[in-house]
Design a protein around this ligand. Structure first.
Ligand code: NAD
Length: 356
């Protein structure tokens, strides 16, 4: 097991990365207090909750709440069910919420913990690669509103994050690959050594070799921890984590969130952002192709599909409030391992979109 300490304004918390962690009593003893509510979704609970049950039974004062799976249930109604469960079990300010699941459960249960009695403890137990390398670390919690994703939420740092790699064994290939896009992102924006390491080990990682998988989760968490420690509330360098996301979000929106996993849309978005960096003369020609080659090795898409209107994407990208009329703020690459925020002319963005 490896541990990354994440620093934040009010202290720090550990992220444990390793195998057999869900049933490791030492972690439980260190981090559980008061009554415990385990929140999970039907799919994850079916696969992994049983491994935690012996410890839960031993602990005693706990309850389980199993929600329907998927992004469409990251709602205020499901948040309300978590609050109801806490009220019904008589949870006090010393209670703990355990979020066992992907980013949806983590964000939703985390937000319930943030808001119940103005904040109780949450222990994140992420079970998707995306949640282990990204969503569970950094303290962003929230739910969707019918008019926008993550519109309601709060910063609420977990007491601990337990990334048990064994849970990834039941994850479908598409979700696994989508998580890999975020691992590649850390390499591209701030860790050239990680990027080269991924290039050398892409095939073994695609077949989920445990030691390599452990290393990629650990290195990703370390990178995310460094960024959020330097910028807890996203005032500066945390924005670099959005590399590929402005293009990606537009693509997810235009396809009604039904065609692409988030990581797949981000993969295409990162290549577009790298091409934009080349067009603006900021980075060496060939950088975007190198990035696309690595993403392709992980089975991720790297080009826009033909049937998407490029102008519709541009229109959506313009909606971001931070933009001025003819300029759009993007995260671009100076080189593999070095990213910056730049305002880009809309006409140049359209050119890149048209060439994809
Ligand atoms: N808080 C943050 O900083 C942050 C960062 C990135 C993404 N997010 C959020 O994360 C969410 C996406 O996360 P996600 O991709 O984990 O989605 P998810 O939680 O919906 O999980 C994807 C699917 O995989 C299933 N699943 C989860 N773990 C499994 C396992 N071990 N085996 C088999 N199936 C499993 C789930 O039931 C679900 O159907 C989005 O809502 C996004 O907004 C948050």
């Amino acid at each position: 097991m490896k541990v990354v300490q994440v620093e934040h304004g009010a202290g720090h918390y550990p992220v444990y990365v390793g195998q057999r962690l869900l049933s490791m009593s030492g972690i439980w003893e260190r981090h559980l207090e008061g009554r415990v509510l385990v929140v999970s979704d039907e799919t994850v609970a079916g696969h992994h909750l049983e491994r935690m049950r012996p410890l839960l039974r031993e602990y005693g004062r706990h309850r389980e709440l199993i929600l329907p799976p998927g992004e469409s249930f990251k709602t205020i109604e499901q948040w309300s069910r978590v609050i109801d469960a806490l009220v019904e079990m008589g949870a006090q300010r010393d209670a703990t919420v355990i979020a066992l699941g992907g980013g949806v459960v983590g964000d939703l249960a985390g937000f319930a913990a943030a808001s119940y009695m103005r904040g109780i403890r949450v222990v994140q137990m992420p079970t998707t690669l995306l949640a282990q390398v990204d969503a569970s670390v950094g303290g962003k919690t929230g739910v969707n509103h019918s008019s926008g994703k993550n519109l309601i939420g709060a910063f609420h740092q977990p007491a601990a994050v337990v990334a048990d790699l064994d849970t990834l064994g039941t994850l479908g290939n598409r979700d696994y690959r989508a998580g890999m896009a975020e691992v590649v992102k850390y390499g591209a924006i701030r860790d050239p050594h990680l990027f080269s390491w991924l290039e050398s080990n892409a095939d073994a990682l695609s077949s989920r070799l445990p030691d390599l998988l452990a290393e990629s989760v650990y290195q990703s968490v370390r990178n995310k921890a460094e960024v959020v420690a330097a910028d807890e509330r996203e005032a500066g360098q945390r924005a670099l984590l959005n590399f590929g996301h402005t293009f990606g979000h537009a693509l997810e929106t235009v396809t009604d969130y039904s065609q692409y996993r988030h990581g797949e849309a981000v993969a295409i978005g990162m290549v577009l952002a790298a091409r934009m960096s080349e067009l603006m003369g900021m980075t060496e020609i060939g950088t975007a192709d190198r990035l696309a080659r690595l993403l392709d090795q992980f089975g991720l898409p790297t080009r826009l599909p033909d049937d998407i209107q490029r102008r519709s994407l541009l229109r959506l990208m313009r909606l971001d409030k931070k933009n001025r009329a003819d300029q759009i703020r993007l995260i671009l690459l100076e080189s593999i391992g070095r990213a910056v925020v730049r305002s880009c002319p809309a006409d140049d963005i359209l050119e890149v979109l048209n060439q994809s």
